[in-house]
Unconditional design. Sequence first.
Length: 278
Amino acid sequence: MRLESIPKYFAPKSPTFSDSPRATASDALTGTDLMAAVGMCQAQAELGMSAFLGKMGVSDADKVKAVLLLAEQGMAESVRVAPLRKLQDGIRAKVILVMSVFAFLDYSRSAASVAACGACCDGFVEERKFVMNKLAHTHDTVASFVRGDLPASIKPVEGREMFVKHTYYDITKKVCKKCNGKKVISTACRDCSGRCEAVDREETERQGVPVKKACKRCGGRGYERIPASRAFDAVQQVTDAISLAAWEKTVKPFYDGLIRILESEENHAEQALQRVTA
C-alpha cells in the first residue's frame, strides 16, 4: 500500500469502515486494518507520517507535531553550524523553530497550492485619480489649518488676500489584476503551469515533432519554492546576530537540510507502510 492512498480514508465520503471486506478476496484490508497500519507506521516513522498527513491537510495537529519534531532534530544538528552555536539557547531555539516552520511550508508546497497575494489585502487595490486644482481665498483671519497648507517660505500678510491651491483626488477601489479579486494566487510555475515540462522549440523545429524538456523556470518541480530570503527576514525579527554573509555561507545550507530531512522522512514512512501492509 502506498502512502498517497492514506488521506482518502480520513475524508467524510471515504469507503465505509466496517469489518466486512469490500472485495471477495479474503486478504482484503478493512478499515480497522488500515488504521492499525497507520498507527504502526507512525510508531516507526513519526516525523515522516506527521509531515505527510500535515502536508495533505488531514489535521492541523499533524502540522504542529511535524514542525516541533523537525525543530528537535534541528536543535541537535545546529551545534555544527558556527553562527547558530554562538547564539544563546533560548534565541537559538526560536531561530530553529522559525526555520522549521518555513521548511515545512516549502515542503508542503505543490502546483495546486495557493499563496496570499502581495499586491492587495482584500482583493481590491485603491486607485487615486486626479480631479482638479482649486484656488481658495485665504485671509489672515482664517483658521490655522488653512495657513498650514501654505509653504513655509510664504507667510500671510496682514490685510491682504492670498490664494492656496488645493488638489482634489478621487479614490476608488478596483479589482486586483494580479489575483483577480481572489486574494490568493497560485504557486504553479508560470511557464509550465505545473506540468513540470516545457516545449523545446529548437528540438521541435529540428525534428518536426513536439519535443519536451524539463522546465527551466521551476527546475521540473512544477511550482515556485518559497525564497530563502523570506526565512532570513523572519530570522532577523528574532535576532540580528546572523548577518547576510553568514546566512548565505552556513545557515542557508542548514535550512535546506531541514527541507531534505522532511523529504527523507516521508520516504522512510513510505517504506514502513509498505512493510506493514505487505
